[in-house]
Write a protein that binds this ligand. Structure first.
Ligand SMILES: [Cu+2]
Length: 134
């Protein structure tokens, strides 16, 4: 009942009114055998249709040592619809284990799989997938 009231109130005012019940996407972590990605900042936040920029921190899974000079590719994909994004996101290495991914374009609401491929310091190339619903 509380949720229903919250949704009703949210529709009447703005979707932001119910934020405390939603999981926060910023700060989410995903990891593979060798790597760990932290989604530090999302612009806009939460993500919206159109162009988005995400800032991620890359570290070693296990030791938490930050990893510089990584190759990072991102492919946004909608598994329920079988299509991706019209644009290939670009990654800028900001140093100190921080990377900015620009041109992340979401075309529609639904489930998105963010398929990161990461290779650091001639290490293994590994895939990390971040799932969320837009
Ligand atoms: Cu779709």
């Amino acid at each position: 009942m509380k949720n229903l009231l919250c949704v009703y109130f949210g529709l009447a005012v703005s979707f932001g009114a119910c934020d405390p019940s939603l999981p926060k996407l910023e700060g989410s972590m995903i990891n593979s055998d060798s790597y760990k990605l932290e989604l530090q900042e999302m612009l806009p936040s939460p993500p919206e249709r159109g162009s988005n920029t995400w800032t991620i921190k890359v570290s070693s899974n296990g030791s938490s040592e930050k990893l510089e000079g990584c190759e990072i590719d991102l492919v946004p994909f909608m598994p329920e619809h079988g299509h991706g994004s019209p644009k290939q996101p670009a990654t800028n290495d900001l140093g100190d284990g921080i990377y900015q991914v620009t041109d992340i374009v979401f075309t529609m609401p639904g489930l998105w799989n963010m398929e990161f491929t990461v290779a650091c310091n001639n290490g293994d190339r590994e895939q990390l997938v971040y799932e969320f619903r837009l």
